[in-house]
Design a protein around this ligand. Structure first.
Ligand SMILES: Cc1cc2nc3c(=O)[nH]c(=O)nc-3n(C[C@H](O)[C@H](O)[C@H](O)COP(=O)(O)O)c2cc1C
Length: 371
């Protein structure tokens, strides 16, 4: 699989959010509702964004910042910048090149990528893109638990063989949120787009009259803490959990040997009225201690948001919808350009806050009374 012809960046795009109207114009309305929508009243979706906006930064002046950089260490390796593309399903809805274009862009920009279990592109070509780019960030594979251990064993082997560096089990979505916007728009996956790495069929629900499809059908097959141990036994790769928001869950995951966590509310797509991740992050960091790998996502749109996330205790962030907007608007070049704009903003914010490196960021950068 190779990329289609390079597109140009739409005129007037100077930040990531500027891609959004171009993406909307390029996508079918129902696919746009799937990509941009959240659960129920979208309170969490809006809160994620608003919380980063309301956190104030405190400038520091006249420090010598020469030789500064955005590099961080994560899971034993150095990243050029603390940004990974979040796992987003079915990216061919946004662009025919799908996840392959996102991979080229991330690898070229020294950002990492978490490939969705529901990728519309095979995992092997995506892994080759990263293997062929020496300065690329880490490439991780996101999993949803499927209650079929034979299937899971084969999938884990294939992920390792392809060259992925870590597994990310998403734990906050054993059931879809009630995504009203998407349902109103009548979203349905088109025939030609599917989760090509999953193959096989999920076992059909086996319900008696009067049973709940959720509690009697789905939940007996959903992952529990016991499956964390099983996954660790059956793969050599480090296992991170994505979608943890409660400090007690974080500590339990850490105790079970998870290699790291992603504080996430799934971009407001699962349980509506979960607080913004910017509000949840510091408590999770405090519970885990200083040296444990911790990432965050949800509403990150600006380089200054990345700096705020690091100041609150994250080691790195996942970027969600905005890179898919860039993908829809301008393919691989769009995503690469969007990542470059984000990194430029991060460098500017660091310099104006007197941070030479991200190790200089901490709660002291944040203005306690907000903007
Ligand atoms: C269209 C869409 C599909 C997603 N698919 C997945 C997925 O397959 N696996 C997963 O763990 N998270 C998935 N997510 C959640 C993202 O990984 C991430 O947590 C979220 O988008 C971050 O919020 P942001 O979009 O505000 O940056 C999806 C999000 C969107 C918008």
């Amino acid at each position: 699989m190779s990329l289609s012809a390079l597109q140009s960046i739409p005129e007037g795009v100077v930040n990531l959010a500027d891609f959004e109207p171009h993406a909307q114009a390029a996508m079918r309305p129902q696919d746009w509702a799937y990509l941009n929508g959240g659960a129920a009243d979208e309170i969490t979706l809006r809160a994620n964004r608003a919380a980063w906006d309301r956190l104030g930064l405190r400038p520091r002046v006249l420090r010598d910042l020469s030789g500064g950089h955005t590099r961080v260490r994560l899971l034993g390796r150095e990243l050029a910048q603390p940004v990974l593309l979040a796992p987003i399903a079915y990216q061919q809805l946004a662009h025919a090149d799908g996840e392959l274009a996102s991979a080229y862009a991330a690898a070229a920009q020294g950002a990492g990528m978490v490939l969705s279990a529901q990728s519309s592109v095979a995992m092997e070509p995506v892994a080759r893109v990263f293997a062929n780019e020496p300065g690329s960030g880490p490439l991780w594979f996101q999993l949803y638990w499927r209650d079929d251990r034979g299937f899971m064993r084969e999938l884990l082997q294939r992920i390792e063989q392809a060259g992925f560096e870590a597994l990310v089990l998403t734990v906050d979505a054993p059931v879809h949120g009630a995504r009203d916007r998407e349902r109103r728009a009548g979203f349905k996956l088109p025939e030609h787009i599917r989760a090509v790495n999953l193959g096989g069929l999920k076992k059909p629900l086996d319900l008696q009259a009067g049973q709940s499809a959720l509690f009697d059908g789905l939940m007996p097959r959903a992952a529990t803490w016991a499956e964390i141990a099983w996954l660790r036994e059956h793969s050599k790769l480090p296992l991170l959990l994505k979608g943890v928001t409660h400090p007690e869950d974080a500590v339990q995951a850490q105790g079970l040997g998870a290699a790291g966590l992603v504080v996430s509310n799934h971009g407001g797509r699962t349980l509506d009225t979960v607080p913004a991740t910017a509000h949840l992050l510091a408590d999770v960091r405090a519970a885990l201690g200083a040296d444990y790998p911790l990432l965050v996502d949800g509403g990150i749109r600006r380089g200054s948001d990345v700096l705020k996330a690091i100041a609150l205790g994250a080691d790195a962030v996942l970027l969600g919808r905005p890179y898919v907007h860039a993908l829809a608007a301008a393919g691989a070049l769009g995503v690469a350009h969007g990542l470059r704009l984000l990194r430029d903003e991060l460098e500017i914010a660091m310099a104006l806050c007197g941070c030479k490196t991200l190790a200089d960021a901490g709660p002291h950068l944040l203005w306690p009374r907000g903007v």
